[in-house]
Ligand binder design. Sequence first.
Ligand code: ATP
Length: 285
Amino acid sequence: MLDCRDLSVFYGPHLALAGVSINIKPGEIVTILGANGAGKSTLLKTISGLIDHEEESKIFIDGRSISDWDPHQIVEAGLSMVPEGRDLFGELTVLENLMLGAYPRRARGEEEANLDHVMTLFPKLAERRKQIARTMSGGEQQMVAVGRAMMSAPSILMLDEPSLGLSPLLCSELFKALAEIRKSGVGILLVEQNVKQSLAISDRGYLLETGRITGEGTAEALANDQAVLRAYLGGTTRVKTRRLERLPTSDTLKCNIHDLIKRAEQRQSDHIMTMRSRTGDIQDR
Ligand code: ATP
C-alpha cells in the first residue's frame, strides 16, 4: 500500500503541492483528476523521489517510510513510474528497453517470467521485440513504457497521462491492460486527461486543484458528480495538445551544451552495448 501524508512541494517560492494526502491499496486503481498545472505530475515525481518535498511530508510503502529515499531505492521498494512522454531509449530495441526495467534487484532472476507477463499483456510487443523503439507508433511506445515499468515487478504502478496522443483503439487496449495488471494485485495510480475512460476502470479518485486535494470518492460517485462533470467532462477544461519542455535546472545550464550532447550520446551507446550483450540470449530464443 502507498500512503502519502501531507505532501508539500515548492518550486522556488511557488507552492505546487499543499498538504496532499492520498493512498492506494493493492489491486486498486486510483485516478487523480486535475486541470493543467494542478500539480499532478509534481505529485507523481515527488512520490518517485525525483522532487524534494517539505520536511513534514511523509510517504510510506507497506508501512515503510521512503520519504528521504533516492529514486532507485524507491523502485527497489516496489514503486515504478511511467513518465509522461515515456522516456524510452529510442535507439534501443523493444526488448532492450524492457530489459532495462528489469535492472532493480527485486526483479533479478525473474526476468523471463516478467517478460512473459509483459508479452501476455501486450502481445504486439512479442511480434515487435527486435524493432527499434523510436520507429514505433505512439501507442506502441506507450506499451513498451508500461511494459518496462512492469519488468521491475512493482507493487505500485504510477502512470502520468499514458493515453496522451493515442488513438481511441490503442487507448482502450492500454486501459484494458491496466485493468488486467490490477488483477495481479498491483495498485495503480493514474493521472489522466481522459477522465471518462480512466474513471470507468478506476475504483476511486481524488480531485487536485492548484496543489490541494479538494475532493475524493468512488469512481462511480465522481463520474456522476455535477461539479466533476462540468469541470472535466463538459468541455470546459483546456485540452493539452503539446507540452513545452521544462527548462533545465541552473546546474545543467552551467554545462557546455556540446559536452552535454557528447555525454548523452556516449551514455546511450554504452547502454546499447551493455544491453545487447545482456539480452543476446533472450533475443535469440
Ligand atoms: P499538466 O496537466 O499540464 O501536466 P500538472 O497538473 O501535471 O499539469 P505540474 O506539471 O505538476 O502540473 O505543475 C504544477 C505547477 O508547478 C504549475 O504551476 C507549473 O507551472 C509548476 N511547475 C512544474 N514544474 C516546475 C519547475 N520545474 N519549475 C517551476 N515550476 C514548475
